[in-house]
Design a protein around this ligand. Sequence first.
Ligand code: PGA
Length: 250
Amino acid sequence: MRRPIIAGNWKMFKTIAETKSFCDALIPAILGVDHCEIVVAPPFTALAAASEEVDGTRIAISSQDVFWESQGAFTGEVAVRMLVDAGCTYSIIGHSERRQFFGETDESVAKKTKAAIDGGLHAIVCVGELLAERDAGRAVEVVRRQVQEGLGKFSAKELSSITIAYEPVWAIGTGRTATPETAEEMHSEIRKTIAGIHAETAAAGIRILYGGSVKPDNIASLMAKENIDGALVGGASLDAMSFASIIKYL
Ligand code: PGA
């Protein structure tokens, strides 16, 4: 009932030329795949080129961030309508790198998510605890707060335009993937948190992706878990063949 999503987050990698050659390699490699949605999130400068490249394929384009105002004197920011204009249908919001290095808070995540879905984008909202928080036994408490504060005010209808990505910060870019059991435990907590705010049906319908050192050799064991509905992939999404094999996890 929940359609899986495999999303690649390129972070601050790839020029326009590199984006084109990635798409040229990925498109033929995933022909015939229809068990999941496929999303690629290039940097802002390559969004329009990526959208053109994937036109007519099943690959959707996402931004890695968005601002909540529709236009104005906000130097350096990018509005939802600009992303839609560039061909985006998704936006990642509240990635842990944005929270850690650029001052994102649960409040800014909620505002950006509202703007994104009002403007017609599907939001991939990231949550996840720091290593110190996990070691202190506070992982569930932290993630529950991020879900409640970031997504607590949305209606059940709005939730249908939102996907959650659980990315434990200690697993991002470290090669230290959460075990499928650890990830599943948190995914089930997240679903329970949503059920505590909304009806069971909203909680049962929302997709929860796992992110943090997802690779071709660990995707299948993660996807086998009941509450893991896909992956947000960083490093391993930069190479088209590696990303294609993650997409073809079945
Ligand atoms: P990683 O990054 O796959 O390189 O760990 C995941 C992410 O930050 O979304």
